[in-house]
Design a protein around this ligand. Structure first.
Ligand code: UN1
Length: 510
């Protein structure tokens, strides 16, 4: 596999890097990384230990002290070089993402493209980290606010977007003047090692301090906990399930750290009687089965008006029956594997549970075996008639399960169903009726962080702020003004008069 050589992935890899130096702990055991594509072992990764973690943090802390002195546009220039390196390595890195995680090659390459795009975005942003000038109530006084870097930013990322989500955080954090320590998912550490190898070249070429970008790979309940508890890490950005995020958010808050939480979604698409089904059907199918239903933004529920319900059900059933399931590296296939057999078990359990609640399976739902499915991670995407209040429907199962839900009445009834879950990441309406669309987007409409019209729930662009409300965690990453979370705000008041007037007109004569 040429891509492994191009990315300097060995049979055995170290799990922690201070930037350009790999730490050589080998006595903590290994993560044996198997591809969900074919079940074969790709490589091993030595877990790092607490002392490695400490070394990495120390190196990040001292790098930060130097890096924050570099003018932001020059920091942008380093990120520009990283973007260029990613362009050079797009093919092998995209291939490794696909092979290690199990998404299609197109999506693997798309993920690297998101990394390149966020680099470009961050370069421009490095000249726009602006605060505002404010009017003081006192004469000859000036007031403004400005943004300063925070320090060491921890990034805990998930397996499903093993590299893009790190880059959204790390590249923005970098132009803001922070150093980033990355703890990738234990399920996909090889792509992280590949990124570190790519970044390392830019650090060396520019003689940058060790530790601006560093990596710790270890058990979540050891290294992850160290990071959550570490006062040296003022901001931790966590992508994962609501369960993981609830714990992480509380741990970080207990020490008055900041967190950015990007947690579970339960994303719905509303189809009103005015929906253009030519657009809606591929959006639903891609949203539900793309990445085998393992995006935070995957479509989990379709809320369909009763007048078109049977028609939509028939078209979707036909589309589902035509899905080709198999190696995601073969571009003829629509659906690849789940990340591991635990996920397959969760998929099967959810189907069983929803049936017990009254759900009706329309098609799919089997676990596949035999030739081409040796990894045991392939399943048939399933479509189920269900009701919104079922426990199983209320819960995010990270797998290709799509619930069809019927609504009566008008768009407000559909929106009420859509919002009646604990999560609030992504949402969409398909309608050509302007009143319905605007109601959906209004403040009494969708309660999600992302609300789309005639576009599916997944596949957000990096230019917008990404994240959601309620149990999705409330964090925002990537574009728009999400950068502000990676900086601390300071309000400054300057007196250039010869008096000392107090605010609110208070008199204090000495
Ligand atoms: C995620 O699933 O964690 O909007 C991120 C999308 C991608 C990012 C998803 N751009 O589907």
């Amino acid at each position: 596999m040429d891509f492994l050589n191009s990315l300097a992935i060995e049979a055995n890899n170290y799990g922690a890097s201070t930037g350009t130096q790999w730490l050589t702990t080998t006595d903590e055991g290994v993560f044996e990384i198997k591809s969900p594509v074919d079940g074969k072992t790709i490589a091993n990764v030595y877990k790092c230990n607490a002392s490695d973690y400490q070394k990495v943090i120390n190196s990040a802390k001292s790098a930060f002290v130097e890096w924050r002195q570099v003018p932001a546009p020059q920091r942008g220039d380093i990120v520009r070089q990283i973007g260029n390196k990613l362009r050079e390595f797009k093919q092998p890195l995209g291939e490794l993402v696909a092979y290690e995680m199990g998404k299609s090659l197109q999506e693997g390459l798309g993920e690297v493209q998101e990394m390149i795009d966020i680099c470009d975005f961050a370069v421009g942003l490095s000249r726009q980290l602006n605060g505002s000038t404010l009017h003081s109530e006192r004469p000859l006084h000036r007031m403004y606010d400005q943004y300063h870097p925070l320090g060491v930013v921890g990034v805990i990322s998930a397996f499903n977007f093993p590299v893009a989500v790190w880059s959204w955080n790390a590249m923005i954090a970098a132009i803001c003047g922070n150093a980033t320590v990355w703890k990738p998912s234990e399920k996909t550490p090889l792509t992280a090692i590949a990124c570190q190898n790519i970044i390392k070249e830019v650090l060396i070429d520019n003689k940058l301090p060790e530790g601006i970008f560093s990596l710790v790979i270890g058990d979540a309940n050891v290294i992850g906990e160290d990071m959550l508890e570490d006062k040296n890490v003022p901001l931790v950005s966590v992508t994962g399930s609501t369960r993981v995020g609830r714990h992480a958010g509380q741990k970080v808050a207990a020490r008055f750290g900041k967190s950015i939480l990007e947690l579970g979604g339960n994303n719905a698409m509303i189809l009103t009687p005015d929906a253009d089904l030519k657009l809606a059907v591929p959006a639903i199918v891609f949203g539900a089965v793309g990445t085998a239903g393992q995006r935070c933004t995957s479509t989990r529920r379709v809320i369909i008006h009763e007048s078109i319900y049977d028609q939509v059900k028939a078209v979707l059933t036909k589309a589902y029956k035509g899905l080709r399931i198999g190696s995601p590296l073969d571009e003829n296939n629509h659906v690849g594997p789940l990340i591991d057999t635990d996920s397959v078990q969760a998929f099967t359990n959810a189907i069983k549970a929803v049936k017990e609640e009254g759900g009706k399976v329309l098609c799919g739902g089997n676990v596949l075996s035999g030739e081409g499915y040796e990894s045991g991670c392939y399943v048939e995407p399933v479509m189920i008639e269900a009701e919104n209040h079922y426990q199983t429907v209320q819960h995010e199962t990270f797998a290709p399960i799509l619930y069809l839900i019927k609504y009566k009445g008008d768009v407000n009834d559909a929106i009420a169903l859509q919002n009646d879950v604990v999560q609030g990441l992504s949402s969409a309406i398909f309608s050509n009726n302007m009143r319905e669309c605007e109601t959906f987007l209004s403040h009494w409409g969708s309660d999600c962080g992302i609300a789309n019209v005639n576009i599916g729930t997944s596949g957000a662009e990096i230019g917008g702020a990404f994240g959601g409300e309620k149990e999705t965690g409330g964090g925002r990453e990537s574009g728009s003004d999400a950068w502000k979370a990676y900086m601390r705000r300071q309000t400054n008041t300057i007196n250039f008069s010869t008096e000392l007037p107090l605010a609110q007109g208070i008199k204090f004569d000495l």
